[in-house]
Design a protein around this ligand. Structure first.
Ligand SMILES: [Zn+2]
Length: 225
């Protein structure tokens, strides 16, 4: 298994984004082909450089995306923004700081948690209680997706019954953005949901990717009953 630069094994996430669009179209009565074409168009426009545009054409929009594929971290950011624009129109919120106010990026994260719990990460979900999953297992998933260095800077702290604080160090990472953290809000929500937790609230006020919290860590506050 080799990694080039900041490439991570994001294939399964990108695959999940494409499936999310498909399901979203079904649920909202949208034409799948037209919507995918709009996502592609928006993504190519947001790519920023001719090289990145070509990469998207060759690797993301050319057919099958393999779960085991490696992608540079900028790909998901472009994809998330393009999805929001294509599904909700320009000007729609690109991120949320609370699971109480879902948006496309958080819903995409939630969708991926449901899907991965049933497929690639099934072993990490099966028979787990919400608190045990969050305390012990989430780290394994995080490590698999973002690597050992990132996982070493990740922590979960129990603040009380059904109340946890997840701290992630995204400082200096290319992927760090409010959008990426918004998928994290949705992922945590969706994962706990599949494990049977009720009244889940995930809040992400302190975000290191936000200019207001520059230099700080990302803190996700998670509660359920
Ligand atoms: Zn954040």
């Amino acid at each position: 298994m080799s990694e080039a630069g900041s490439d991570r094994q994001l294939g399964d996430f990108i695959k999940g984004r494409l499936l999310f669009i498909e399901v979203y179209c079904q649920e909202h009565g949208l034409d799948k082909e037209k919507t995918l074409a709009a996502v592609r168009e928006a993504a190519l426009r947001l790519a920023g450089t001719p090289e990145r545009e070509q990469f998207l054409k060759d690797k993301v929009f050319s057919g099958v995306v393999l779960a085991s594929a490696y992608f540079p971290e900028w790909v998901d950011g472009v994809f998330l923004e393009a999805m929001t624009v294509a599904l909700k129109g320009p000007g729609a919120p690109l991120y949320t700081t609370s699971s109480k106010r879902p948006c496309i990026t958080s819903e995409a994260g939630r969708f991926n948690a449901h899907r991965q719990a049933d497929t690639v990460f099934k072993a990490f979900f099966q028979g787990k209680k919400p608190q045990d999953w969050l305390k012990y297992t989430f780290l394994s998933i995080y490590r698999q997706c973002y690597g050992v260095d990132a996982a070493n800077k990740f922590s979960v702290e129990e603040a009380g019954p059904g109340h946890f604080r997840v701290t992630v160090d995204n400082r200096g990472l290319e992927k760090a953005s409010r959008m990426d953290c918004s998928t994290g809000v949705g992922y945590l929500y969706g994962a706990l949901e599949t494990l049977g937790a009720l009244d889940i609230v995930v809040t992400h006020d302190q975000c290191g990717a936000d200019a207001a919290f520059a230099g700080k860590l990302c803190v996700f506050d998670v509660t359920w009953t």
